[in-house]
Design a protein around this ligand. Structure first.
Ligand code: ATP
Ligand code: MG
Length: 306
């Protein structure tokens, strides 16, 4: 029987056949994203992992069209971004927040003004509504008391929280995170990941996170894609719910996928039979195995582009 929890969630982000090339300074082109198709479901935390230069950031930036694909389409929350004009795209981008490794805060603006910045650009709120929204967002990241501070007066973790508050100010359905913890120490990383998870849980914001740290993705992601050479080498659910990573990840195609899957404990063995066993010390009977009884679980193939 299917419970409500098992009903597959609808895709919120759909990338179809997207490619991106960059012109090289000495002529020629570099193919950074190659014909990628990917669906990310509403409310999930989705990770992108891969070696440096694999194309993770470029793929992430295709989701809000900070990079325009040369071909293919990007649809977010029912709107095909690749079909929009400039003005419509600016409006649609309010539905997609983004945070970066180096926080990208305005150094000469207070915490309050940093968070208010995107709201002022888009207008449509009275001063009181804007102030209330900024304060709500700062409370959400537990920085309610820092509204009048300046970025230089904050720790790295606090700066990233301000960036999260700013990204959430317009009430987006999606939060894109490019290496959000790479500039933070281990303890601050854990706290920031807890904040991201809390935001996902409380607000239902879909999160796409790029990281080269397996432990970061393992801590918060529902599913991940391994990016190799501009393409998706494999994509899978970390809890094994797609039935592809039984056996401690031995079925994974990539070294990173295997390493990531191995961080999760293997599925528990079936419970022992409730029938009473032989008396202690009695010789164990040897039964012939019925044909196929000990055969390994069937290996499911998966499309190269999930
Ligand atoms: N604007 C650009 N012009 C030319 N080449 C670019 C540009 N942006 C990215 N590239 C190239 O595209 C490739 C993918 O870059 P991208 O930044 O997406 O990699 P990444 O997987 O995020 O790497 P890292 O883990 O180091 O951040 C790299 O080889 C990079 O040099
Ligand atoms: Mg990058």
């Amino acid at each position: 029987m299917t419970t409500p929890d098992q009903v597959p969630r609808a895709p919120l982000i759909q990338i179809r056949g997207a490619s991106k090339t960059f012109a090289l300074p000495k002529g020629g082109q570099f193919h950074a994203v190659k014909n990628v198709s990917l669906e990310i479901r509403e409310g999930e935390i989705f990770g992108l992992i891969g070696k440096s230069g694999a194309g993770k950031s470029t793929l992430l930036r295709l989701i809000n069209l900070l990079e325009q694909p040369d071909s293919g389409s990007v649809t977010v929350d029912g709107r095909e971004l690749t079909a929009l004009g400039k003005r419509e795209l600016r409006e649609a981008r309010q539905n997609i927040g983004m945070i970066f490794q180096q926080f990208n805060l305005l150094q000469n603006a207070s915490v309050f003004d940093n968070v208010a910045f995107p709201l002022r650009i888009h207008g449509g709120r009275t001063g009181a509504q804007l102030a209330a929204r900024v304060r709500d967002c700062l409370e959400l990241v537990e920085l309610g008391g820092k509204a009048d501070s300046y970025p230089a007066q904050l720790s790295g973790g606090q700066k990233q929280r301000v960036a999260i508050a700013r990204a959430l100010a317009s009430g987006p359905a999606v939060l894109l995170c490019d290496e959000p913890t790479s500039a933070l120490d281990a303890e601050t990383t854990r706290a920031l990941l807890a904040t991201l998870k809390d935001i996902n849980h409380r607000l239902g914001v879909t999160i796409v996170i790029v990281s080269h740290e397996l432990s970061v993705l393992d801590a918060i992601c529902d599913r991940v894609a391994v990016i190799e050479d501009g393409a998706i080498a494999e994509a899978f659910a970390l809890d094994g719910s797609d039935k592809d990573n039984d056996n401690g990840g031995a079925l994974r195609k990539t070294a990173l996928g295997r390493e990531l899957a191995s961080l999760r404990p293997a599925a528990p063995l079936p419970a022992p039979s409730p029938l009473p066993g032989p008396p202690a010390g009695a010789p164990r009977p040897v039964h012939a195995q019925p044909a196929g009884a000990a055969s390994p679980a069937p290996i499911r193939t998966e499309a190269a582009h999930a």
